[in-house]
Ligand binder design. Structure first.
Ligand SMILES: [Zn+2]
Length: 336
């Protein structure tokens, strides 16, 4: 039997999955192991291997059957998976600067290792759910979490780009002045840009930009009494889901920002599907439907052939990275 593994490396934990050649996942639930990334690459790389052995045991598969390992991690990293020389917020130990994670893992395991950044792995998973592993379809996925991640799958292939920055959708500038509720706002992103997608559509955007702005319009709102803005920002989604007027306005602005962004993507890629995922939409289906309707309503008029491009919600947020990484490994195996 030949199978592939998916390894999703985060700063605190590693998630695993296994996939067979019939595109069946061999683990249903989240299979986690501590990453210990703060302690540096030597300890963390040993954790990855130990966790893989434990996951194989749990799934009832043999590591000898694993032909290719797919790895994903947060960046910034090159398209081949070499972490930035300047370091990374998830890999702060100095040993990680310029570290070749897939290269080391491949030597440790004696197997080929493919690499995707976590946004692109999530996008590949969302694409696979809709189209399977053999399709030449095109999709654009926006994943709304602390930041705005995601990726582009063009005619079946992940767009990684020259330096690994392909699919950095959060830092694409959008015409935010078209959003009526925030005309006087100058949305600043952590990356230094003004008015990109992440500056309006992320948990960080709620905390840094949208919540402070809307609280000036709703000074009596209960969140105005919460002294810690980070804690207050985390409550906005739940309140929006329950119908709170201010929090709905905040989510409407996020949906409108996403609609303007998707319009850019429609005209750039003419995709088969647009996909939205991440913590912002880990809500009841009713709220998801409302959000997608707001996204659609904010998209400028399309030409008739493109007006019906579907917008989907990405399933299974927790396992998306590991599953996307495994799908990349399967595609590598099929090409070999
Ligand atoms: Zn940015």
């Amino acid at each position: 039997m030949q199978i592939v593994a998916g390894v999703d490396l985060g700063g605190t934990s590693i998630n695993y999955t296994f996939l067979d050649l019939q595109e069946q996942f061999l683990i249903d639930r989240l299979c986690e192991y501590p990453a210990r990334a703060k302690e540096g690459p030597d300890i963390c790389m040993a954790q990855i291997v130990d966790g893989l052995v434990a996951a194989a045991k749990e799934a009832g598969v043999s590591l000898d059957d694993v032909a290719v390992v797919g790895l994903d991690s947060p960046g910034p990293a090159s398209a081949a998976g070499v972490l930035s020389q300047r370091g990374s917020t998830n890999f702060i130990h100095l040993g990680w600067c310029g570290f070749d994670i897939p290269g080391r893992l491949s030597r440790q395991l004696g197997k080929p290792v493919t690499y995707l950044n976590d946004g692109n792995a999530g996008a590949l998973w969302g694409h696979f759910v809709l189209f399977g592993g053999h399709s030449k379809a095109t999709s654009v996925s926006a994943i709304i979490g602390t930041g705005l991640g995601g990726g582009v799958i063009a005619e079946g292939n992940v767009v990684k780009g020259r330096s690994g920055y392909g699919g950095e959708l959060g830092h694409v500038l959008i015409p935010h002045e078209r959003i009526p509720a925030i005309r006087s706002l100058q949305p600043q992103c952590n990356c230094g840009r003004l008015g990109d997608l992440e500056s309006l559509c992320s948990l960080t955007a709620i905390e840094k930009c949208l919540l402070p702005f809307f609280l000036t319009k709703y000074p009596e709102h209960p969140l105005a009494q919460v002294s810690d803005i980070t804690r207050a920002a985390r409550r906005v989604r739940g309140l929006a889901e329950d119908g709170d007027a201010m929090c709905r306005e905040i989510f409407r602005v996020q949906a409108q920002a996403l609609g303007l962004f998707f319009d850019l993507m429609v005209n750039t890629f003419d995709p088969d599907a647009l996909i939205v995922g991440g913590g912002a939409l880990e809500t009841k289906p009713e709220f998801q439907r409302w959000f997608l309707e707001e996204v659609r309503a904010a998209m400028p008029t399309q030409r008739e052939e493109q007006a019906s491009i579907p917008i989907h919600v990405m399933p299974n947020g927790d396992t998306a990275g590991a599953r996307g990484a495994a799908i990349e490994a399967l595609q590598c195996l099929r090409l070999s």
